[in-house]
Design a protein around this ligand. Structure first.
Ligand SMILES: [Zn+2]
Length: 396
């Protein structure tokens, strides 16, 4: 290499470390570098994989549903659609998206044979037996594993794409600076904020996946054919109301033991309307069983409290939920946006109740029915316990 090229290379590298954006020549390059991978991630989430049933090597069908489609998602849909929160990359915020029941909660999870594991309760539309519950939780947990794995693979590819994008850009800059079109750069060793960000997210994700596989997947897989063998502690309850939301995902709460140690309890939560009822469950590895029991003793103590807990799961837990469009449109546009913004606020976990109301009509209805049996003071106390009651409808 000529001294001129070496000097140009040193200068370009120093400038890059000072301002990593110099490799982005224009806005469209910037946009492509930042968001080019989103479509490929969405695509990977629909691509068939290996079945999640233990030791099964068969290829999955494309659309397994985490939540039973015909008996539950379709039951709360309006003209075949439900509302789900989604991150809009161009806007940098959460938006409400109307999706068809065909797509809602679908993931490439099971082969045709093992998709049959869930037929017994999909047919009846009721999750009744211990085995039904065990299988439904297995299905929820498998979705989380699949999401982790797909995102990990995607991040690895994004990191490789970014490295190549950067190599080409740096090469171009050195060529311009040295006035020598024959210069070639084989790789760039320098760190940079973008590469670091992808790498640290990837490391974090691999760690989370390993933990989740070990603690949740293994425990749930053990109970898939015999609920007695499950390694999960489960609190499940059925209420005789249709709560118009389908939900399945991960969440956490903090639990302080007598020795004042704060434990972070990671859980899987699910809400499945099975008209005229709703199935609600929360599960954790058995080691956390007594903490889960303590949570459920309070949050599952009456129907209003359960609905308030579900609202907390939606806003402080997982954003993987599908709401009946009627419920969503009953909320004022201002409150809708506040709800969506609150999803991105990660300062709370499901140990806290949500400070606004999603199921206004449902809660009002239940309150009206029990009102006659309560005195005014008891009523105020109940309203205070169920949730800070910030009605989000016009009629409130
Ligand atoms: Zn299989």
């Amino acid at each position: 290499m000529s001294p001129g090229v070496v000097a140009a290379a040193d200068q370009v590298l120093a400038e890059y470390l000072d301002d990593p954006d110099i490799i982005l020549f224009d806005q469209s390059a910037a946009r492509k570098a930042q968001f080019g991978g989103v479509a490929s991630l969405a695509n990977a989430r629909r691509t068939p994989r290996t079945c999640m049933y233990p030791s099964c090597a068969a290829t999955t069908i494309r659309h397994s549903h985490t939540i039973p489609r015909s008996s539950s998602i379709a039951a709360i849909a309006n003209r075949g659609h439900v509302v789900t929160p989604a991150f809009s990359h161009p806007d940098g915020k959460m938006v409400a998206r109307l999706v068809g029941t065909q797509c809602a909660s679908a993931f490439p999870g099971f082969c045709e044979t093992h998709e049959g594991l869930f037929f017994s309760y999909e047919r009846t539309g009721r999750i009744m037996s211990e085995l039904d519950i065990s299988r439904q939780l297995f299905r929820s947990i498998c979705r989380e594993v699949v999401r982790f794995e797909i995102e990990g693979t995607w991040l690895e590819q994004t990191l490789r794409d970014f490295d190549e994008f950067r190599r080409v850009a740096i090469e171009r800059l050195i060529r311009q600076r040295a006035g020598d079109e024959s210069v070639s750069v084989s790789s760039v060793d320098a760190k940079g904020p973008r590469a670091d960000l992808f790498q640290s997210r990837l490391d974090e994700l691999r760690e989370e996946l390993a933990w989740f596989r070990r603690e949740f997947y293994s425990a749930a897989a053990a109970g898939v054919d015999d609920a007695e063998q499950s390694g999960l502690a489960v609190s499940a309850i059925e209420i005789d109301r249709v709560v118009p939301v389908c939900l399945s995902g991960r969440a956490n709460f903090h639990f302080r033991t007598a020795d004042t140690v704060v434990h972070n309890v990671r859980v899987v939560v699910t809400v499945i309307p099975t008209p005229p009822n709703t199935f609600v469950a929360i599960a954790a590895p058995k080691a956390y069983g007594h903490m889960l029991d303590a949570y459920a003793a309070i949050r599952f103590s009456n129907p209003l409290m359960i609905i308030a807990a579900i609202e907390s799961w939606m806003l402080h837990g997982t954003d993987h939920w599908f709401l009946g469009p009627d419920t969503w449109s009953s909320i004022t546009p201002t409150a809708q946006q506040a709800l969506l913004d609150d999803i991105l606020d990660d300062t709370h976990n499901i140990g806290a109740l949500y400070n606004k109301t999603v199921f206004n009509a449902l809660k009002r209805d239940i309150l009206a029915k029990i009102r006659s049996s309560l005195g005014p003071a008891e009523l105020v106390q109940l309203e205070q316990t169920i949730a800070p009651w910030t009605d989000t409808t016009d009629t409130g």
